[in-house]
Design a protein around this ligand. Structure first.
Ligand SMILES: [Zn+2]
Length: 82
């Protein structure tokens, strides 16, 4: 089975990985600040982390949806059951 080349999927995959990194960074920052920051500062970081999580989920959904509709899934990609 050969891998289908798809520019749009590549792009969606890149956005997904970027969102993943941002979410990781936000979570890490939140963890480091735990107990050392003011309540307000912590709340701001918490909101930023939540926002990053939402963006990560959206990116994942867009990628999954594209793969489902376009049938351009790479052979080694995470399988989506339907
Ligand atoms: Zn595609």
């Amino acid at each position: 089975m050969k891998t289908v080349k798809c520019k749009e999927r590549d792009q969606l995959q890149r956005s997904y990985h970027r969102a993943e990194k941002l979410a990781d960074t936000a979570r890490e920052r939140l963890r480091k600040k735990m107990g050392t920051s003011s309540r307000e500062e912590f709340r701001t970081l918490q909101l930023a982390a939540e926002q990053a999580e939402r963006e990560l989920k959206d990116a994942r959904r867009s990628l999954d949806q594209h793969i489902r509709e376009h049938h351009c899934k790479a052979a080694n990609a995470v399988s989506v059951r339907d």
